[in-house]
Design a protein around this ligand. Structure first.
Ligand SMILES: [Zn+2]
Ligand SMILES: [Zn+2]
Length: 154
């Protein structure tokens, strides 16, 4: 059993929202899609998929922002406006933004999505690359691969 050094503490830029991760991520992803470029104002987004039961907001009250879509709730700090996590409705996981971790130094994406929109010079270091999203039949392989050889806290 791998030591993930859980639990992990995370916080927005202003410290108004604090979060805790208590279960290992299912996978680490980078997404180069145009929506993620706008949401991050950067080249790509980073995501750790965390089982819903392994993620909690322990302080503050995140608000919905971004696309304001019921099926994909982008959650932000109401004060500093950091993008913190996204809840895909009906799915048993949260797409958590690992840049908010107290220690994000180990985070490396295992797969990247939306690569057809990748900006010039943007390199995620991911082992697997998809022009859009992985076909559903690839997820099991990706999650097994991440559990086996994905980056973990040092
Ligand atoms: Zn904040
Ligand atoms: Zn994206």
């Amino acid at each position: 059993m791998t030591d993930w050094k859980l639990p992990w503490s995370a916080s927005c830029q202003c410290g108004g929202v604090k979060m805790r991760v208590t279960q290992p991520p299912m996978i680490a992803l980078a997404c180069h899609c145009r929506s993620c470029q706008r949401l991050t104002s950067g080249a790509y987004s980073l995501t750790l998929m965390i089982p819903e039961t392994g993620f909690e907001v322990i302080e503050g009250a995140p608000e919905i922002g971004g696309m304001h879509r019921a099926e994909l709730q982008h959650s932000f700090c109401p004060r500093c406006k950091n993008w913190l996590f996204t809840r895909p409705q009906g799915m048993p996981f949260v797409n958590f933004r690992p840049a908010t971790l107290e220690d994000s130094s180990w985070v490396q994406p295992y797969a990247e999505t939306g690569a057809q929109d990748k900006l010039p010079g943007a390199v995620s270091g991911a082992k697997h690359s998809y022009p859009e999203f992985p076909p559903p039949s690839d997820y099991e392989m990706l999650m097994e691969g991440f559990a086996r050889e994905g980056a973990k806290p040092r």
